[in-house]
Design a protein around this ligand. Structure first.
Ligand SMILES: [Zn+2]
Ligand SMILES: [Zn+2]
Ligand SMILES: [Zn+2]
Length: 254
């Protein structure tokens, strides 16, 4: 986390949060900070996220597993409705901030355009010529046909160039942003294209983490808890600024 140099030496805004300032009536007097936090920690263990009154908070703290299964439900249902692979459904969901009804509407009116916007297909006018030579356009080697891989754009590259491309990007922290190697090609690689190209389990784990981060960050109702090393995901009912407190690490944010 970066340090704001300007705030040094002056009163830091970060200290301004006072648990006693809440407008809502709380049954327990917060007392001193230590008791307050111990109390919160106990509440979490005993009652879990459902204990929050939605009228009061309008948010839920989800564990990694809970948020993953929420996301996966959307993916599975969209994939079966649109008859696309779950990996392609994910690209659509990310592009439209997981607003399923908007995706379905656009699919009804122009399904090809929907796939273009999500970086899954090229517009038909932009379709590339499938060349018969078995050249990789990156390393310029002759490659057997079965070792040439391409996305829907048909830009063909050899497996080892794809492996290198994906490895470099994932090492750099890229998740859903892994794209085709052809210059100016806007197509994104569905995750089921990338996984087999990553050479180690360690890298696959990294990719899985970056993808999850991107899914959560693109979702209009979800936010990763900014608390240090906190794996919680906050789900708000309506996407508007609102004070939220993580029930695991007690970080307060908007
Ligand atoms: Zn190559
Ligand atoms: Zn391409
Ligand atoms: Zn947290």
């Amino acid at each position: 986390m970066s340090v704001d140099m300007n705030s040094q030496g002056s009163d830091s805004n970060e200290e301004d949060y006072d648990p006693n300032c809440e407008e809502e009536e709380e049954e327990e007097d917060p007392g001193d900070m230590e008791d307050y936090y111990i109390g919160v920690a106990n509440d979490v263990e005993q009652q879990g996220a459902d204990a929050f009154d939605p009228e009061e908070y309008q948010f839920t703290c989800l564990t990694y597993k809970e948020s993953e299964s929420t996301l996966n439900e959307h993916v599975a249902s969209l994939a079966s409705t649109l008859k696309v692979s779950p990996a392609v459904a994910k690209l659509l969901l990310v592009n439209f901030h997981w607003q399923v009804s908007e995706i379905l509407e656009r699919h009804k009116s122009n399904s090809a355009q929907l796939l273009v916007e999500a970086g899954v297909q090229l517009t038909s006018s932009k379709h590339t010529m499938v060349h018969s030579s078995h050249h990789c356009a990156v390393c310029m080697q002759f490659v057997r046909k079965e070792n040439l891989l391409s996305l829907a754009c048909q830009h063909q590259f050899c497996r080892s160039c794809w492996e290198q491309h994906c490895t470099v990007l994932v090492k750099d922290g890229v998740g859903v942003g892994v794209s085709c190697m052809a210059q100016d090609c806007p197509l994104r690689t569905p995750e089921d294209f990338v996984f087999p190209l990553l050479p180690s389990e360690e890298l696959k784990d990294k990719y899985r983490r970056y993808l999850f981060r991107d899914y959560v960050e693109s979702h209009y109702q979800l936010q990763l808890c900014p608390g240090a090393d906190c794996p919680m995901v906050i789900q708000v009912q309506e996407p508007r600024a609102r004070r939220v407190q993580c029930n695991r690490c007690n970080e307060v944010f908007w």
